[in-house]
Design a protein around this ligand. Structure first.
Ligand code: ZN
Length: 286
Protein backbone atom coordinates (compact mmCIF):
# COMPACT_ATOMS: atom_id res chain seq x y z
CA UNK A 1 0.00 0.00 0.00
CA UNK A 2 1.38 3.45 -0.80
CA UNK A 3 2.41 5.39 2.31
CA UNK A 4 2.17 9.09 3.05
CA UNK A 5 4.98 10.24 0.68
CA UNK A 6 3.58 8.16 -2.18
CA UNK A 7 -0.01 9.36 -1.68
CA UNK A 8 1.25 12.94 -1.34
CA UNK A 9 3.13 12.54 -4.62
CA UNK A 10 -0.06 11.31 -6.35
CA UNK A 11 -2.01 14.19 -4.76
CA UNK A 12 0.51 16.80 -5.92
CA UNK A 13 0.41 15.47 -9.47
CA UNK A 14 -3.37 15.09 -9.58
CA UNK A 15 -3.80 18.60 -8.21
CA UNK A 16 -1.74 19.93 -11.11
CA UNK A 17 -3.67 17.87 -13.67
CA UNK A 18 -7.33 18.03 -12.67
CA UNK A 19 -7.72 21.24 -10.64
CA UNK A 20 -10.21 23.57 -12.32
CA UNK A 21 -11.71 20.83 -14.49
CA UNK A 22 -15.44 20.13 -14.60
CA UNK A 23 -16.82 16.60 -14.32
CA UNK A 24 -18.92 15.81 -17.38
CA UNK A 25 -19.75 12.16 -16.86
CA UNK A 26 -19.16 9.38 -14.33
CA UNK A 27 -19.25 5.69 -15.21
CA UNK A 28 -19.30 2.99 -12.51
CA UNK A 29 -19.01 -0.73 -13.24
CA UNK A 30 -18.51 -2.17 -9.74
CA UNK A 31 -20.96 -1.18 -7.02
CA UNK A 32 -18.54 -1.83 -4.15
CA UNK A 33 -15.98 0.62 -5.56
CA UNK A 34 -18.46 3.54 -5.62
CA UNK A 35 -19.75 4.77 -2.27
CA UNK A 36 -22.19 5.33 -0.72
CA UNK A 37 -23.75 3.91 -3.93
CA UNK A 38 -23.01 4.29 -7.65
CA UNK A 39 -26.27 6.24 -8.08
CA UNK A 40 -25.46 8.78 -5.36
CA UNK A 41 -21.81 9.15 -6.39
CA UNK A 42 -22.77 9.83 -10.01
CA UNK A 43 -25.65 12.20 -9.19
CA UNK A 44 -23.64 14.23 -6.68
CA UNK A 45 -20.36 14.76 -8.52
CA UNK A 46 -21.56 15.19 -12.11
CA UNK A 47 -21.24 18.82 -13.19
CA UNK A 48 -18.98 19.72 -10.25
CA UNK A 49 -15.66 21.45 -10.60
CA UNK A 50 -12.42 20.27 -8.97
CA UNK A 51 -11.26 22.95 -6.51
CA UNK A 52 -8.30 21.15 -4.93
CA UNK A 53 -6.79 17.72 -4.37
CA UNK A 54 -5.59 17.07 -0.82
CA UNK A 55 -4.62 14.20 1.46
CA UNK A 56 -5.35 12.95 4.94
CA UNK A 57 -3.27 9.96 5.96
CA UNK A 58 -3.38 7.67 2.94
CA UNK A 59 -6.79 8.99 1.83
CA UNK A 60 -7.08 11.29 -1.21
CA UNK A 61 -9.48 14.13 -0.55
CA UNK A 62 -10.85 16.01 -3.59
CA UNK A 63 -12.61 19.28 -2.78
CA UNK A 64 -15.44 20.14 -5.17
CA UNK A 65 -16.41 23.31 -3.31
CA UNK A 66 -19.67 23.91 -1.46
CA UNK A 67 -20.68 20.82 0.46
CA UNK A 68 -19.27 18.32 -2.03
CA UNK A 69 -16.17 16.12 -1.84
CA UNK A 70 -14.75 12.97 -3.36
CA UNK A 71 -12.69 10.70 -1.11
CA UNK A 72 -10.47 8.02 -2.66
CA UNK A 73 -8.58 5.20 -0.98
CA UNK A 74 -6.31 2.98 -3.07
CA UNK A 75 -6.02 0.27 -0.39
CA UNK A 76 -4.10 -2.83 -1.56
CA UNK A 77 -4.44 -2.73 -5.35
CA UNK A 78 -6.02 0.59 -6.35
CA UNK A 79 -4.58 2.71 -9.12
CA UNK A 80 -5.41 6.11 -10.57
CA UNK A 81 -4.69 6.72 -14.22
CA UNK A 82 -5.11 10.14 -15.74
CA UNK A 83 -5.43 10.33 -19.51
CA UNK A 84 -5.05 13.81 -20.96
CA UNK A 85 -7.11 15.08 -23.88
CA UNK A 86 -4.23 14.25 -26.22
CA UNK A 87 -4.39 10.63 -25.04
CA UNK A 88 -1.17 10.81 -23.01
CA UNK A 89 -1.52 8.34 -20.18
CA UNK A 90 -0.12 8.66 -16.68
CA UNK A 91 -0.78 6.45 -13.68
CA UNK A 92 -0.33 6.47 -9.91
CA UNK A 93 -0.81 3.84 -7.27
CA UNK A 94 -0.37 0.18 -8.03
CA UNK A 95 0.65 -0.80 -11.54
CA UNK A 96 -1.62 -3.45 -13.05
CA UNK A 97 0.77 -4.94 -15.55
CA UNK A 98 1.12 -2.32 -18.20
CA UNK A 99 -1.97 -0.20 -18.09
CA UNK A 100 -2.74 -0.79 -21.78
CA UNK A 101 -6.11 0.03 -23.30
CA UNK A 102 -8.51 1.92 -21.06
CA UNK A 103 -11.03 1.36 -19.77
CA UNK A 104 -10.18 -2.24 -18.91
CA UNK A 105 -11.97 -4.82 -16.75
CA UNK A 106 -10.48 -3.26 -13.61
CA UNK A 107 -11.69 0.28 -14.41
CA UNK A 108 -14.45 0.46 -11.80
CA UNK A 109 -14.97 4.22 -11.65
CA UNK A 110 -14.36 6.49 -14.64
CA UNK A 111 -14.53 10.26 -14.25
CA UNK A 112 -14.68 12.14 -17.56
CA UNK A 113 -13.97 15.86 -17.70
CA UNK A 114 -15.50 18.41 -20.08
CA UNK A 115 -12.11 19.03 -21.77
CA UNK A 116 -11.89 15.38 -22.88
CA UNK A 117 -9.44 14.19 -20.21
CA UNK A 118 -10.36 11.18 -18.05
CA UNK A 119 -9.46 9.86 -14.60
CA UNK A 120 -9.68 6.08 -14.22
CA UNK A 121 -9.88 4.33 -10.87
CA UNK A 122 -8.69 0.77 -11.51
CA UNK A 123 -8.61 -1.86 -8.78
CA UNK A 124 -8.05 -5.61 -9.16
CA UNK A 125 -9.17 -6.72 -5.71
CA UNK A 126 -11.78 -3.99 -5.13
CA UNK A 127 -10.71 -3.08 -1.60
CA UNK A 128 -10.26 0.54 -2.61
CA UNK A 129 -13.06 3.02 -3.15
CA UNK A 130 -14.22 6.32 -4.60
CA UNK A 131 -16.71 7.93 -2.26
CA UNK A 132 -18.97 10.96 -2.35
CA UNK A 133 -18.96 12.86 0.96
CA UNK A 134 -20.56 16.01 2.33
CA UNK A 135 -18.28 18.23 4.41
CA UNK A 136 -19.51 16.63 7.64
CA UNK A 137 -18.98 13.13 6.24
CA UNK A 138 -15.51 14.14 5.04
CA UNK A 139 -14.64 15.50 8.49
CA UNK A 140 -15.79 12.25 10.11
CA UNK A 141 -13.69 10.25 7.63
CA UNK A 142 -10.68 12.46 8.37
CA UNK A 143 -11.08 11.92 12.10
CA UNK A 144 -10.37 8.21 11.66
CA UNK A 145 -6.81 9.16 10.90
CA UNK A 146 -4.48 9.84 13.78
CA UNK A 147 -1.86 12.49 14.31
CA UNK A 148 -0.77 13.87 10.94
CA UNK A 149 3.02 14.48 10.84
CA UNK A 150 2.63 17.81 8.98
CA UNK A 151 -0.20 19.30 11.06
CA UNK A 152 0.17 21.80 13.86
CA UNK A 153 -1.30 19.16 16.22
CA UNK A 154 1.89 17.17 15.65
CA UNK A 155 3.65 18.28 18.82
CA UNK A 156 6.08 16.43 21.06
CA UNK A 157 3.44 16.44 23.78
CA UNK A 158 0.81 14.78 21.56
CA UNK A 159 3.33 12.34 20.12
CA UNK A 160 4.52 11.37 23.59
CA UNK A 161 0.91 10.85 24.73
CA UNK A 162 0.36 8.33 21.89
CA UNK A 163 3.50 6.40 22.88
CA UNK A 164 2.58 6.41 26.57
CA UNK A 165 -1.00 5.25 25.95
CA UNK A 166 0.12 1.95 24.34
CA UNK A 167 3.17 0.89 26.41
CA UNK A 168 2.85 -2.80 25.55
CA UNK A 169 2.52 -2.38 21.81
CA UNK A 170 5.60 -2.90 19.64
CA UNK A 171 6.87 0.51 18.57
CA UNK A 172 6.82 -0.37 14.87
CA UNK A 173 3.21 -1.56 15.03
CA UNK A 174 2.25 1.58 16.91
CA UNK A 175 3.85 3.79 14.24
CA UNK A 176 1.86 1.94 11.59
CA UNK A 177 -1.47 2.24 13.42
CA UNK A 178 -3.32 4.74 11.20
CA UNK A 179 -5.78 5.68 13.95
CA UNK A 180 -2.87 6.85 16.10
CA UNK A 181 -0.31 8.28 13.67
CA UNK A 182 -1.28 8.93 10.10
CA UNK A 183 0.45 7.87 6.89
CA UNK A 184 3.34 5.65 8.07
CA UNK A 185 3.47 2.14 6.62
CA UNK A 186 6.04 -0.61 6.53
CA UNK A 187 8.82 1.21 4.69
CA UNK A 188 8.87 4.45 6.68
CA UNK A 189 8.34 2.69 10.02
CA UNK A 190 11.53 0.67 9.44
CA UNK A 191 13.41 3.70 8.14
CA UNK A 192 12.45 6.06 10.96
CA UNK A 193 13.37 3.49 13.64
CA UNK A 194 16.73 2.93 11.96
CA UNK A 195 17.42 6.67 12.02
CA UNK A 196 16.86 6.82 15.79
CA UNK A 197 18.75 3.57 16.58
CA UNK A 198 15.63 1.86 17.98
CA UNK A 199 14.74 -1.78 17.28
CA UNK A 200 11.28 -2.25 15.78
CA UNK A 201 10.58 -5.07 18.25
CA UNK A 202 10.86 -2.82 21.31
CA UNK A 203 7.68 -2.03 23.19
CA UNK A 204 6.54 1.58 23.08
CA UNK A 205 6.80 1.72 26.87
CA UNK A 206 10.52 0.87 26.75
CA UNK A 207 11.44 4.00 24.79
CA UNK A 208 13.44 6.58 26.70
CA UNK A 209 12.47 10.26 26.61
CA UNK A 210 15.32 11.05 24.23
CA UNK A 211 14.37 8.22 21.87
CA UNK A 212 10.77 9.46 21.77
CA UNK A 213 11.94 12.98 20.97
CA UNK A 214 14.36 11.76 18.31
CA UNK A 215 11.58 9.71 16.68
CA UNK A 216 9.17 12.64 16.87
CA UNK A 217 11.70 14.79 14.98
CA UNK A 218 12.83 12.07 12.55
CA UNK A 219 9.39 11.15 11.14
CA UNK A 220 8.35 14.43 9.42
CA UNK A 221 11.92 15.00 8.26
CA UNK A 222 12.06 11.55 6.65
CA UNK A 223 8.60 11.91 5.07
CA UNK A 224 9.43 15.36 3.68
CA UNK A 225 12.63 14.02 2.17
CA UNK A 226 10.74 11.04 0.65
CA UNK A 227 8.16 13.41 -0.89
CA UNK A 228 11.00 15.49 -2.38
CA UNK A 229 12.24 12.27 -4.04
CA UNK A 230 8.78 11.41 -5.40
CA UNK A 231 8.25 8.57 -2.94
CA UNK A 232 9.46 4.99 -3.09
CA UNK A 233 8.68 3.03 -6.21
CA UNK A 234 8.36 -0.55 -5.09
CA UNK A 235 6.53 -3.30 -6.94
CA UNK A 236 3.25 -1.76 -6.02
CA UNK A 237 3.58 1.93 -6.75
CA UNK A 238 4.29 4.20 -9.69
CA UNK A 239 3.83 7.95 -10.06
CA UNK A 240 0.97 9.54 -11.99
CA UNK A 241 3.42 10.76 -14.61
CA UNK A 242 4.70 7.23 -15.12
CA UNK A 243 8.17 8.01 -13.76
CA UNK A 244 9.62 6.16 -10.82
CA UNK A 245 9.98 7.66 -7.36
CA UNK A 246 13.65 7.96 -6.46
CA UNK A 247 13.34 7.41 -2.71
CA UNK A 248 14.22 3.73 -3.15
CA UNK A 249 17.82 4.86 -3.73
CA UNK A 250 17.90 6.57 -0.34
CA UNK A 251 16.41 3.84 1.86
CA UNK A 252 18.86 2.97 4.62
CA UNK A 253 17.48 -0.28 6.01
CA UNK A 254 14.19 -1.25 4.33
CA UNK A 255 14.61 -4.09 1.83
CA UNK A 256 18.24 -4.64 2.86
CA UNK A 257 17.93 -7.90 4.82
CA UNK A 258 21.26 -9.79 4.80
CA UNK A 259 23.13 -6.77 3.43
CA UNK A 260 25.72 -4.62 5.15
CA UNK A 261 24.39 -1.89 7.44
CA UNK A 262 25.02 1.50 5.83
CA UNK A 263 25.82 2.99 9.23
CA UNK A 264 27.94 0.50 11.15
CA UNK A 265 28.89 -2.26 8.73
CA UNK A 266 26.92 -4.93 10.63
CA UNK A 267 24.41 -7.17 8.86
CA UNK A 268 20.81 -6.02 8.47
CA UNK A 269 18.35 -8.50 9.93
CA UNK A 270 14.99 -9.28 8.36
CA UNK A 271 12.27 -10.69 10.57
CA UNK A 272 8.48 -10.82 10.52
CA UNK A 273 6.65 -8.57 12.93
CA UNK A 274 2.88 -8.53 12.95
CA UNK A 275 2.97 -10.33 9.60
CA UNK A 276 5.14 -7.66 7.96
CA UNK A 277 8.71 -7.95 6.75
CA UNK A 278 10.76 -5.90 9.20
CA UNK A 279 14.34 -4.74 8.77
CA UNK A 280 16.80 -3.55 11.40
CA UNK A 281 20.47 -3.63 12.25
CA UNK A 282 21.09 -5.67 15.41
CA UNK A 283 24.40 -3.86 15.94
CA UNK A 284 23.30 -0.22 15.89
CA UNK A 285 19.60 -0.43 16.75
CA UNK A 286 19.14 -1.14 20.44
ZN1 ZN B 1 24.16 -0.91 11.91
Amino acid sequence: MPELPEVQTIVNELDRKIKGKTIKEVVVDAARSALPSPKILIAKIKGQKIKAVKRRGKMIDIDLGGDHNILIHLKMTGQLVYVGKTGKQVSGGHPIGTVGELPNKFSHVIIKFTDGSVLYFNDIRKFGWVKYATNIERDIARQKYGLEPFDKEYTLENFKAIIKRSPKKKIKQLLMDQEKISGIGNIYADESLFIVHVRPTRTAGSLKEKEIKDLFLAIPKLLKFAISKGGTTADNYVRTDGSKGQMVNYLKVYGRGGKKCKRCGGTVNKIRLGGRGTHYCPDCQK
